[in-house]
Ligand binder design. Structure first.
Ligand code: AKG
Length: 245
């Protein structure tokens, strides 16, 4: 049974539709789920809890509030001095109106070319010590040298990201996306483009790694929905290879 394969990983991975083959990843730290037209590698505890907590603290370091235990929803984030990541809330046009994204973002990478996705343009910041360390950990299991990372910060369960695919031209044909999570566990949903009833749900826990591969971005969309009961914050980093040409 598929769900049994996850039980030893203290994870309640729920696969809502279909029964997809699951096998151990050669690194011994997670499972590969073979979904139609793609592949997922899910390691619920890729980073040890104390490392994940330290990373979360460093990524939220600032000159105004403690990085942990702060109620970020009522915090005043204007003009805050971020020490590691220059978090900002982008805006986008929706039905002729400018609206703020329901999360904070940052973009770091090798080159200085702006990156546009879902109508938002992000300007890259250089790599820093913690991002380089995380990138190198991922290279060891994926064999990929990621050249950029998109960071999303969900201040509470109200913050979210809607259905989309990471299928921008700059990501190449079948992009490998390595997604690291620190903080509150959030639901990560996938649905097939041609049949929305085919869904997969994974709880992306503190210190987890999810790698999406193959044709997945062409056939599936993903989302992190609102979860009003979640009061604490979560940081997600999606490492990518961008072809800037
Ligand atoms: O927060 C997440 O786990 C998903 C982020 C995401 O979908 C994206 O950056 O494209």
């Amino acid at each position: 049974m598929m769900n049994d394969l996850f039980s030893d990983a203290a994870s309640s991975a729920r696969l809502y539709a279909g029964r997809y083959p699951i096998r151990a990843h050669p690194c011994g730290r997670g499972r590969i789920i073979e979904v139609p037209d793609g592949e997922l590698f899910y390691a619920p505890d890729f980073f040890a809890p104390h490392i994940a907590s330290r990373a979360q603290q460093v990524l939220l370091a600032n000159d105004r509030y403690p990085a942990s235990g702060t109620d970020w929803v009522s915090a005043s984030l204007d003009d805050i001095g971020w020490q590691t990541i220059a978090w900002h809330q982008s805006t986008m046009m929706m039905f002729g109106k400018r609206v703020s994204l329901p999360r904070y973002c940052a973009w770091h990478g090798d080159n200085d070319k702006p990156y546009t996705y879902s109508g938002i343009t992000l300007h890259p910041q250089p790599w820093n010590k913690v991002l380089i360390w995380l990138r190198d950990q991922l290279q060891a299991v994926t064999d990929i040298r990621f050249n950029s990372v998109l960071l999303n910060w969900y201040r509470s369960g109200d913050d979210h990201i809607s259905w989309h695919a990471d299928d921008e031209r700059e990501l190449g044909h079948n992009p490998v996306i390595a997604s690291v999570s620190f903080g509150a566990t959030r639901r990560f949903l996938l649905r097939r483009n041609d049949d929305h009833s085919q869904k997969i749900e994974l709880p992306l826990a503190h210190g987890s790694l999810l790698v999406m591969r193959g044709a997945l971005q062409h056939y599936w969309q993903h989302a992190v929905p609102q979860e009003r009961k979640v009061k604490s914050s979560r940081i997600n980093l999606t490492f990518r290879v961008i072809d800037p040409s």
